[in-house]
Design a binder for this molecule. Structure first.
Ligand code: SAM
Length: 391
């Protein structure tokens, strides 16, 4: 059962629904899904990430690895420390509640490897405020290193760029294969009683434009098996421009990305006939983006081959690709659990580690990717497993 919307959430959802209806009308009755997702997540003042719902954590819609356990961020800190050994900065893109930033900074302080600066680029004003509150509790000598950026830095940094579960929130295009042709999925509005949940949006197809047709043709030509008629999936054409912007900020060092996703051949497996689009609302996962608009997250898995290709096009090296479990084991999560102060803490940490590591939990669906520039260190987090051949 989907939890009911509060009166405030209903009002919010109604307001963003009205905005999307206006945009659909202005566009002649149909917008691509990518545009719908962009508005639902990022419309100024109304989108899910632009407005004030709780979003992350146990009281929110979903829980990310740094929210499951500080063990995750402590392992990430170890990887950062290795790269920051000669000094440098950290830039985190999409820092959520700020919990990962706080734990990384505390861990790096303990390792005597604090970055000169920890910059955060956050699109959500509401989350940036939560980050300020969380990081404001750090000791002054750590807190003073944290800055919030309005846009990507113009001066490249040497050090580490971090992004956990950011790419899955980039708006994606959706396509379906019909009688050998690629059709684009998009959204139209229909008249519905005001009381009907879902704001009356319906999915409609249109001919693929040149950009989508070209991208899907390239994709289909590379896949090991043909895809069946009716196959529906998504393709994120924003990965390359996003990467171009972020990669330009890395002078020397490591870009470390975590997200749920797959190499291309697995992502577009013939049996994955309905794609990977998922919505998160009050800890429920479902696949209907046309309900709870503006108060639920909409995500799609990451095609890590696309990410790697985009990085290489920007002159970065793909220096590591492995499961989250392999990364955490290589950065000694087991040692962190073993160091627990007492039995109670040990039981708690062991439970958290299981959630981060087990294949049926976050261990395998989530992947870690290391993209580097002028950084020839053997990265600790990628020593146990190398899945780059699968990209
Ligand atoms: C799923 S949350 C993950 C938050 C955090 N990294 C964590 O793991 O808990 C996605 C985060 O990325 C931010 N975000 C989404 N798109 C972004 C973009 N284009 N640039 C910067 N931040 C973005 C969101 O506001 C949010 O903080």
């Amino acid at each position: 059962m989907m939890p009911a919307l509060s009166a405030e959430e209903e009002a919010h959802s109604g307001a963003i629904g009205a905005l999307i209806r206006e945009r659909i009308a202005a566009a002649g009755g149909w917008i691509p899904f990518e545009r719908f997702m962009d508005l639902a997540l990022y419309a100024p003042g109304l989108g899910y990430y632009s407005a004030g719902s709780v979003k992350l954590g146990n009281g929110g819609d979903f829980v990310t690895a740094p929210e499951v356990s500080d063990l995750f961020s402590r392992c990430v800190a170890r990887q950062c420390a290795q790269v920051l050994a000669g000094g440098g900065e950290i830039l985190e893109v999409g820092a959520g509640t700020g919990r990962m930033a706080a734990v990384i900074l505390e861990s790096l302080a303990a390792l005597d490897a604090l970055p000169a600066r920890y910059a955060i680029l956050e699109v959500s004003a509401d989350l940036a405020e939560r980050q300020r509150q969380r990081l404001g509790k750090l000791p002054p000598e750590i807190r003073q290193r944290v800055v919030w950026l309005e846009r990507l830095p113009e001066r490249p940094i040497n050090g580490v760029i971090l992004a956990n579960e950011v790419l899955d929130a980039l708006p994606c295009r959706r396509f379906t294969l019909q009688a050998g042709a690629v059709r684009e999925l998009g959204v139209a509005a229909e008249d519905v009683p005001a009381s009907k949940r879902g704001a009356g949006f319906v999915e409609r197809q249109a001919a693929a434009d040149d950009e989508l047709a070209g991208a899907t043709a390239a994709l289909l030509s590379e896949l090991p098996s043909p895809l069946p008629d009716g196959y529906t999936s998504e393709i994120c054409l924003r990965v390359a421009p996003w990467m171009a912007g972020v990669a330009a900020c890395l002078g020397r060092g490591l870009m470390l990305m975590f997200d749920y996703g797959l190499p291309r051949a697995h992502y577009y497996h013939p049996q994955r006939t309905a794609g990977t689009l998922r919505c998160h609302f009050k800890q429920r996962v479902h696949d209907d983006p046309y309900i709870n608009i503006g108060v639920q997250d909409i995500t799609a898995w990451v095609d890590f081959t696309r990410l790697a290709e985009a990085a290489v096009a920007c002159g970065l090296d793909v220096s590591g690709f492995c499961t989250q479990a392999a990364f955490l084991l290589a950065t000694d999560i087991e040692q962190l659990v073993a160091e627990a102060a007492d039995t109670v803490e040990h039981v708690r940490l062991a439970g958290e580690a299981r959630r981060l590591l087990l294949p049926g939990e976050m261990g395998e669906a989530f992947k870690a990717m290391a993209l580097t520039r002028e950084c020839d260190i053997a990265l600790q987090g990628f020593m146990l497993q190398d899945l780059r051949h699968s990209l």
